[in-house]
Design a protein around this ligand. Sequence first.
Ligand code: PMP
Length: 330
Amino acid sequence: MNDSARFIWLDGTLLNADEATVPVMNASLHYGLAIFEGIRCYESAGGPAVFRLREHMERLVASAHVIGFRSLPCDVDGLVVAARQVVRANELTSCYIRPVIYLGEGGWNMTIDAGVPHVAIGARPWTDFLPEDSVTRGIRANVSSFTRHHPNIAMTKAKVAGNYTNSVLARTESLRLGFDEAIMLDPQGYVAECTGENLFLVRHGGLLSPPTATTLEGITRDSLLSLASRLGLATHERQVTRDQLYLADEVFMCGTAAEVVPVREIDHRTIGKGVAGPVTRALQSEFRAVIDGHHPLSRAWLDPIDGGLPATVANDRHDHPAEIGYGHGV
Ligand code: PMP
């Protein structure tokens, strides 16, 4: 992922990054068959801690289930421990953790069952994904000319590599047009999500988010719904149209990479007052308190890096017995 990530966890063992390789002739690479997660570790008040690590690993395993993997060489408990090992071994604090499940061998007949799943976890130091001032100033978005997946064409609950061609098409178009991010409509024409973020809007005092039928069930979205109800804000999940976005008092997007980012303009229309509104700012500050370790929910949602078992580092995975979470192959 990055030169500074020295160690990658692969099937139960930490390897030097240059040894954790995949052959070019690999069915996951050719058919977009890699299940992945994006997870953040924060430098919180209590030391490095991963935001909702277990939920991310549960979603990773759920994605594999949706795609049809019948068994995996690891379970959620093992993945949680492994992620901590990767952060510790790489001596990272604020970082991005990327687990991936892929077919190491087989799968050329375009079935899951003919392949052998492998699990890897890499990490890299955190670098901002959106323009630096986007959190305070807000971003400019367009409604994409590309449609979000139909739920019976691509499995939108699965974070599977192939789904992201759609995101890459939309985001590349958006950036080439001079915007910062694309908003995607579902096949019926209702607002779905952004390329890698869920959406919220504030209208008539209520907080709305499109339902998750055609979107990924975002962990940040879920967190913000909890934080909003703790603040006493009325929250609703219901279909949203493009013009309702234009008429909103506030729009913001959320995700692991973006966190909570105001959208100040959509399709050249100013949203609300064209700055982060009060609800967006309140949720940004609640979310910040959580990840800094200063919120009542920090304890539940932050997984300290030092809470796991010590990492072992191997030079050759074949010489080392499987560690935690690595059970049977397929
Ligand atoms: N939608 C899509 C398509 C995504 O890739 C992401 C990022 N994982 C999200 C929404 C936001 O999800 P989360 O808050 O869990 O990062």
